[in-house]
Design a protein around this ligand. Structure first.
Ligand code: SF4
Length: 570
């Protein structure tokens, strides 16, 4: 149960939640443009990929400024904060955590400043050799120590440290990225150049777009559309792109071995996004058609679980000849609130989000189409709701195969024990959710709907065949927790175990970070607007927000929220 701390939550039903993506990334190189606002709208388009925190870094060619906070994009940024972010290059990020806790220190873009260069980096995906990379840190020149508990922080430290040698960030990237395992679609920058890189498997999408006077890079093509950029191409798996006044440079740091995430096609990416040349709305409608062929039903009406089940329901209705209609109305905004529901309200669970249209449902045999089943609690509640609304029969159809295995490449499903298909047969799941029938689309038909070669998609959560090995020690969000708790020793890479403590591990670590960043400052006057009353209460805890700034050959700063822009930096 979430604590009533006023933090954003989507977990109105704590027993079930949808799969969560591991971030959206956006970058812009466009001299003369208001790149912070481009990044802001780009992030809005990618908000579905990460809703825990958001951040934008901007470089004016001399200095990088990062503004990041916990919360949705619209909660983190306002006109004054965007106006203060001036420059020609931007990197932006919205996060859902897969390695490292959902706390400010782990929000992105991550930032490092060394005597020769500063970088800000945004990452979508999850690394599978984070500990191995962390162990390399002391050997890299420029090593300054981890400042967070995320795999992204390790990567940022490695590239910034390596950039101290000949060739700067580009050469350091070409040297370090081949050593990195797992999923990473990266957008990052130094003071003058925007970089984009994608792991050799290309688990997560990453695309390049062109503006009238510049370039953008984004997790999804929908973000290009929304900022008025034309799609150029995808960043290839194993490719590093550099964008600056010298033009666009491409170099391959590893051979491509594509294993694009199949779940991006099912649920994660927006329906108006294109991956591998295939529009996702069309793909999902096609999945619905194939689902109807594999699992027909005698019914009067096909309804979606809005909104992720809608395209597949359209396809199911088309192929089956059963009329399509809306039977459930979604309250899109109820989960995006700072108001914690009372226990009475929380017990309503899915009813807070979905309400049945009784006059549509009553007296009919219903096919209800959803994108996936994780724990099964949501589907059980929906079936019960439809029966209470008068449905004669409820046939559940699912637009993905049973999810039996956890993902280690950037999607937070659940553990194998928590996944209902990891321990139950289809018939057992049908009985558990109370449906009259249950049908999943097969893996073969799902892959066929993507129009990708079978060997070039990752399907590990469905069949357990992980394309990149994941050592036991690299599993779970907390792989760096024992390492970074050693912040108290001043060296996070020694691997020594944390000292025992009765308090929460995260809280202890963050207190250490807070004390390091809340140095006395002569410039304490506020230039940023007061935070809403309901968020002020959190001030009682130590804070370290919101900006990092860095300057080439200058000092690095982490300034508390509401302090003025660092005019005296350096
Ligand atoms: S395991 Fe599943 S969710 Fe994870 S990358 Fe592979 S297909 Fe996608």
């Amino acid at each position: 149960m979430a604590k009533p701390d006023g933090r954003l939550t989507h977990d109105l039903d704590p027993n079930d939640r949808p799969p969560r993506d591991a971030c959206g990334v956006f970058g812009a190189w466009s001299p003369g443009e208001d790149v912070a606002k481009l990044a802001y709208y780009g992030l809005h388009a990618l908000q579905h990929r990460g809703q825990e925190s958001a951040g934008i870094a901007v470089s004016d060619g001399r200095r990088i400024v990062v503004h990041k906070e916990m919360g949705l994009v619209a909660q983190v940024f306002d006109e004054p904060s965007l106006t203060a972010l001036r420059g020609d290059i931007a990197v932006a990020h919205c996060r859902y955590s897969t390695t490292g806790a959902p706390v400010w220190a782990n929000a992105q873009p991550t930032f490092r400043s060394t005597p020769t260069v500063s970088i800000a980096l945004g990452h979508n995906g999850n690394l599978t050799n984070t500990r191995e990379l962390a162990a390399m840190l002391p050997q890299e020149s420029g090593f300054a120590g981890l400042q967070a508990t995320s795999d992204t922080d390790v990567l940022t430290e490695l590239i910034a440290g390596g950039a101290g040698t000949d060739g700067g960030v580009e050469e350091a990237s070409a040297r370090i990225l081949p050593l990195v395992r797992g999923a990473y679609s990266l957008v990052y920058m130094d003071e003058n150049t925007l970089y984009a890189a994608r792991d050799p498997q290309g688990f997560r999408p990453l695309v390049i777009g062109q503006l009238a006077a510049g370039w953008v890079v984004a997790s999804e093509t929908a973000a290009l559309d929304i900022v008025g950029a034309s799609f150029v191409r995808e960043v290839e798996p194993g490719e590093l792109i550099s964008l600056d006044e010298r033009g666009v440079r491409s170099r391959r740091f590893a051979p491509a071995a594509p294993k694009v995430c199949l779940f991006e096609y099912v649920y994660l990416a927006r329906p108006d996004t294109t991956i591998g040349g295939r529009g996702l709305h069309a793909t999902r409608v096609d999945i619905g058609r194939r689902l109807a062929a594999e699992h027909p039903a005698s019914a009067d009406l096909v309804i979606p679980v809005p909104e992720s089940g809608t395209p597949a329901a359209i396809g199911y209705a088309e192929a089956s000849g059963i009329p399509y209609g809306q039977g459930l109305v979604k309250n899109s905004y109820v989960g995006r609130t700072f108001i914690q529901p009372s226990q009475t309200i929380r017990q309503l669970g899915i009813r807070l989000k979905l309400n049945p249209l009784r006059d549509v449902i009553a007296g009919r045999r219903i096919v209800v189409v959803d994108d996936s089943i994780v724990r099964g609690n949501t589907q059980r509640a929906i079936v019960a709701m439809l029966r209470e609304a008068g449905a004669l029969e409820v046939h559940v159809r699912i637009a993905s195969p049973p999810i039996k295995w956890p993902c280690f490449y950037g999607i937070d499903f659940a553990t194998r024990d928590e996944l209902i298909a990891g321990r139950s047969s289809v018939e057992e799941i049908r009985a558990a959710i109370g449906a009259d029938s249950l049908g999943y689309v097969s893996l073969d038909e799902l892959v066929a709907a993507t129009e990708q070669p079978r060997g070039s998609v990752c399907r590990a959560c469905f069949d357990g065949h992980y394309p990149v090995p994941v050592p036991e020690s690299e599993r779970g969000k907390g792989v760096l927790e024992p390492v970074t708790s050693l912040g108290q020793h001043g060296n996070a890479s020694t691997g020594r175990a944390p000292a025992p403590s009765g308090g929460g591990h995260y809280d202890r670590y963050h207190s250490l970070l807070a004390s390091a960043s809340q140095r006395p400052s002569a410039n304490a006057t506020s230039r940023l607007p007061r935070r809403p009353r309901h968020r002020r209460r959190r001030r009682e805890r130590p804070r370290r927000r919101t900006r990092h700034t860095g300057r080439r050959r200058g000092r690095r700063f982490a300034l508390p929220f509401r302090r003025p822009a660092p005019a005296a930096a350096g």
